[in-house]
Design a protein around this ligand. Sequence first.
Ligand code: 4GT
Length: 229
Amino acid sequence: MEINVITLFPQMVQQTLSYGVIGKAIESGVLKLNCFNPRDFAENKHGRVDDKPFGGGAGMVMMYDPLLRTLEHIATRGQTGSVVFLSPQGGKLEQRQCNDWANMAQITLVCGRYEGVDQRFIDQHVDIEISIGDYVISGGEMAACVVIDAVARQLQGVLGSEESAETDSFMNGMLGYPQYTRSELLGQSGVPPVLLSGHHEAIQKWRDAQSLEITKRRRPDLLEGTSES
Ligand code: 4GT
């Protein structure tokens, strides 16, 4: 799949995603990550991409024209797919949405900076506005990286069977179960005996029960409308 990112800080996005399984997915071509800098499409005198907000107030706003020309440039190379704007005003990012995007040929993410983006670009060109949570950060780049990681790990061949996405928290609508491994310092003390039993069916049953318990306790909202509530 191909993910386009419109950002004033392309290196921030490329660097952040160059590690681990996502870095490998990019190296191997399973994920094609293309960053585009609106600065390269600023045709005004000083290469400005931001300006003062109409009506006054603090800070600057990302200008419509460089953003539009960037999006048009992406469209001349191929399809944009869904245009996603990362912002605290968006709907909450969900696993289901990430899985849906992983089935698309391409998507285009728009990262805001300063106080935000001219609303006319959002109204005319953004298909969906998404938030990674109820807090403010200084730019959309880190939010875009969260989306890209969550989408890319669902692509065929990104995770091995050993690190399968199917056992991730949220894939079955529940939180994950506790994990244990070898410790020289602790030995097997504190490890639930079933995990040392070699009885795979009993282990699976224990893990499912743990997932359900921790979800009931910490995130009962995830169970609303299921047979568990
Ligand atoms: C929070 C989020 C986000 C920001 C979020 C426009 C200028 C928005 C700075 C940007 N803050 N982006 N995507 N919760 N800040 O998703």
